[in-house]
Design a protein around this ligand. Structure first.
Ligand code: SF4
Ligand code: ZN
Ligand code: ZN
Length: 316
């Protein structure tokens, strides 16, 4: 197998691009794909301050590395979710990366700063762990970006993630979510701009990028992810992609080009009645935002161990 660019020995084949790459040209390919996503979707402007949401996994660390290498002014933010060893290893990977590059990493810890963690929140709310986890992450990243004066939040969602979310939204015709499924969410009062520069890369590619760049990332999946629908959609699309390379890209980018605008009306309708939360000031439709209600419900309880929470379903 030879590199499509230099004819040297290739280390990876990309069937959807009908190309093979050596290490150097693969790293260049990944950075070019990120640069193209940033350009095509007007994600970042020169001189802007970027906050990357870092989980310690391959996607967020590859993204942070690529943005730094491209010359952007990027800090990281990581959230200690309190999901046992998984969370400690995630934080360790993020800290090790920040130290190796001499860059700033902001660390919020749910237990230390808000007196709850995700397993305890899942038990308290009797909802799937990913529900309180997603809510906590969104709120705290928005808050960190606004408080810290950042222009934009970048997240490590890749093509596999976006195609799987799209499939889930289409299967249930979640029209409001379909309207929001853009690689850029523009800033609004109380919300920073959010961008997904990895939408042109799959997770196999971000993993290979990390290996080639010597980035240590956490390989284990979150133990709470088991049984979650998103993973089932990902597996289904990966099975189709293996028979028909390019399907995920055609599905996601075809949606952006031909269908996403049709759902904008549903998004605007949902944004009409936002007002500041009585406790924290974040935009919300009620008097108190969902994050403040979660903190009220989950904080001050005895911690629930990870083993007692049934992934994807709530408490055992
Ligand atoms: Fe949070 Fe669910 Fe992701 Fe685990 S799988 S980190 S609980 S959103
Ligand atoms: Zn090459
Ligand atoms: Zn609030």
């Amino acid at each position: 197998m030879k590199c499509t660019v230099c004819r040297g020995p290739a280390v990876i084949d990309l069937r959807r691009h009908n190309a093979n790459f050596c290490g150097d040209h693969f790293v260049k390919f990944c950075r070019d794909q990120v640069a193209r996503a940033i350009h095509d979707h007007a994600m970042l402007r020169p001189g802007e301050r970027v906050l990357v949401a870092v989980s310690g996994g391959k996607d967020s660390l590859a993204l942070w590395d690529m943005l730094l290498e491209t010359g952007y002014d990027v800090d990281g933010m990581t959230i200690g979710l309190g999901i046992g060893d998984y969370s400690s290893a995630s934080t360790d990977a993020a800290v090790a990366f920040a130290e190796s590059r001499g860059v700033h990493l902001q660390h919020v810890d749910l237990r230390r700063d808000y007196d709850y963690d995700i397993p305890t929140a899942a038990a308290a709310t009797r909802r799937v762990p990913c529900s309180s986890c997603g809510l906590s992450k969104r709120h705290l990243i928005d808050k960190a970006a606004l408080d810290g004066g950042y222009d934009v939040v970048a997240t490590g969602h890749n093509l596999d993630d976006e195609a799987a979310v799209l499939l889930g939204n289409v299967l249930r015709w979640n029209t409001e979510y379909l309207g929001r499924q853009q690689p850029v969410l523009i800033e609004r009062p109380g919300f920073p701009r959010k961008v997904k520069p990895l939408v042109r890369l799959g997770e196999r590619e971000t993993a290979a990028y990390c290996v080639l760049r010597g980035i240590d990332y956490i390989v284990e999946e979150c133990p709470m992810a088991e049984g979650n629908r998103h993973l089932r959609y990902k597996d289904a699309l990966t099975a189709i992609e293996s028979e028909s390379p390019g399907t995920k890209q055609a599905f996601y980018f075809g949606f952006l080009a031909r269908a996403s605008e049709r759902f904008q009306g549903d998004v605007e309708a949902a944004q009409d009645d936002l007002k500041p939360c009585a406790r924290c000031g974040s935009p919300t439709t009620g008097d108190v935002c969902a994050f403040c209600r979660l903190v009220e419900q989950a904080s001050g309880r005895d911690p629930v161990p990870v083993e007692l929470v049934r992934p994807g379903r709530g408490r055992r």
